[in-house]
Ligand binder design. Structure first.
Ligand code: NAP
Ligand code: GLV
Length: 323
């Protein structure tokens, strides 16, 4: 019997490749960079499964290029804004992702960014590297305090809650949040309060973004929102770059509308060499490393592969996504 073919868009941890290779012939794209559009379109031809990365756009054209035998696509990520889920489901292609297992890793990065931006780690570390560290400075590198401040979580889902638990538990922060639905257990355990975005922005010292990217959240934080924020506020984004209007962010940081930003995501990725954000001392940027720990990446590989194997069998995916 011929084995189904599965396209894997980049090398992922071995544990995932092993699960896949027991059920299918793995066509691994092993380039250091993502496949180009042409490489993706030709690579998926004849495949019954596609294991994609967040940098691969999967849409009708890709599904068409794969062919009618395509049964399942599984993203090596929890966010799936790179996949046209409605189009996949319309064609009877199941879609999966890797929730939960990267929640702690990503929440840790959000807290790290908050600390780095509030306490000016970027500028201070650069001074050491560039030999500008002259002495212990009683008036130098003064940043913001964290204890007892107000934290605004935009999107109180898995990662938002994990960030709120860290900062409420560790630093005694008051928690405001937005979500589509009220989170009763979070309200009870963290004394968190749900409110409208404008109110959250007005009262928060730290604002951390955790909504998925979709039409409703694109440019959710732009000029009018920065105008609501405190001049001492710090914005943290580990969600998706497109949720923040980057030109408005640059102005807000340059003109002191907010104190600083800590970003794990931006537009495009990587950020353009000439982006003004790279030059701003009060913008601390990481190269999208939220889930980059051994445990998280192995578990993501496992979940992404388990989705594919279930989809090839025609079973319900263990970690499905709906439109
Ligand atoms: P999640 O559990 O689904 O949480 C999303 C939250 O956003 C929920 O509270 C949800 O509200 C809210 N929400 C959804 N759609 C919304 C809308 N249109 N308007 C306002 N709020 C909305 O997701 P998660 O696992 O925490 O992940 C969140 C995002 O983080 C992912 O989508 C991904 O883009 C990003 N991420 C980044 C990294 C990284 O490496 N930097 C790693 C992992 C994830 P309800 O609960 O009421 O539905
Ligand atoms: C990473 O950004 C993810 O969505 O898993």
């Amino acid at each position: 019997m011929t084995r189904p073919k599965v396209y894997v868009a980049r090398r992922i941890p071995e544990v995932g490749l092993k699960i896949l290779s027991e059920a299918a012939d793995v066509q691994l794209f092993s380039g250091e960079l993502p496949p180009t559009r042409d490489e993706l379109l030709s690579g998926v031809a004849g495949c019954s499964g596609i294991l994609s990365l967040l940098s691969d756009r999967l849409d009708g054209e890709v599904f068409e290029a794969a062919g009618k035998q395509l049964r399942v696509v599984s993203n090596f990520a929890v966010g799936y804004n790179n996949i046209d889920v409605a189009e996949a489901l319309r064609r009877g292609i199941a879609v999966g992702n890797t929730p939960d297992v990267l929640t702690d890793a990503t929440a840790d990065v959000a807290v790290g960014l908050l600390l780095a931006a509030a306490r000016r780690f970027g500028e201070a570390a650069r001074a050491v590297k560039e030999r500008a560290w002259k002495t212990w400075e009683p008036m130098g590198w003064i940043g913001l305090d964290l204890r007892g401040k107000t934290l605004g979580i935009v999107g109180m889902g898995r990662i938002g809650e994990a960030v709120a638990r860290r900062l409420h538990g560790g630093w005694g922060m008051r928690v405001l949040y937005t979500a589509r639905s009220t989170k009763q257990s979070v309200e009870a355990e963290l004394s968190a309060r749900r409110c409208e975005l404008d109110e959250l922005l007005q009262h928060s010292d730290f604002v951390s973004l955790h909504v998925p990217l979709c039409a409703a959240t694109t440019n959710l934080i732009g000029e009018p929102q920065f105008a609501h924020m405190k001049s001492t506020a710090v914005l943290v984004n580990t969600a998706r770059g497109e949720i923040v209007d980057q030109s408005a962010l640059e102005i807000a940081l340059r003109e002191g509308q907010i104190f600083a930003a800590g970003l794990d995501v931006c537009v495009p990725e990587p950020l353009l060499a000439e982006s003004p954000l790279r030059k701003l001392d009060n913008c601390f940027i990481l190269p999208h490393i939220g889930s980059a720990t051994v445990v998280a990446r192995n578990a993501m590989a496992t979940r992404a592969a388990q989705n594919i194997v279930a989809g090839l069998r025609g079973d319900k995916l263990p970690f499905p996504v709906s439109a």
